[in-house]
Design a protein around this ligand. Structure first.
Ligand code: SF4
Ligand code: F3S
Length: 104
């Protein structure tokens, strides 16, 4: 499966949502996540993310993000259409420490 990682936080470009063939993205106020039970591992979303925030869960160091995606996919609503990107998305793109700053 693929996972959404830190650089999505406060960027939320949402190009990923448009291309997923199984509509398995879930929407939070500050970021999106992928439902690991629904993702078919097609990889189509990975190159579409302008923030390069989507990674295969087989990459090293993904344990925390696997848990993060599973946790919030269970509680956030499904999203199937690209919404508005935050006006300050570019300011947050690439900033370190977003997970800490937003999710404590
Ligand atoms: Fe959707 Fe494919 Fe991305 Fe999984 S890898 S979230 S199925 S586009
Ligand atoms: Fe986030 Fe990238 Fe999608 S910034 S909303 S994972 S296109």
């Amino acid at each position: 499966t693929y996972v959404v990682t830190e650089n999505c936080i406060k960027c939320k470009y949402m190009d990923c949502v448009e291309v997923c063939p199984v509509d398995c993205f879930y929407l939070g106020d500050e970021t999106l996540v992928i439902n690991p039970d629904e993702c078919i591992d097609c990889g189509v979303c990975e190159p579409e993310c302008p923030a390069e925030a989507i990674k295969p869960d087989t990459e090293p160091g993904m344990e925390g993000w696997i848990a993060f995606n599973a946790k919030y996919a269970a509680v956030w609503p499904n999203v199937t259409e690209k919404g508005d990107t935050p006006e300050d998305a570019k300011d947050w793109d690439g900033k370190p420490g977003k997970l800490e700053a937003v999710f404590g």
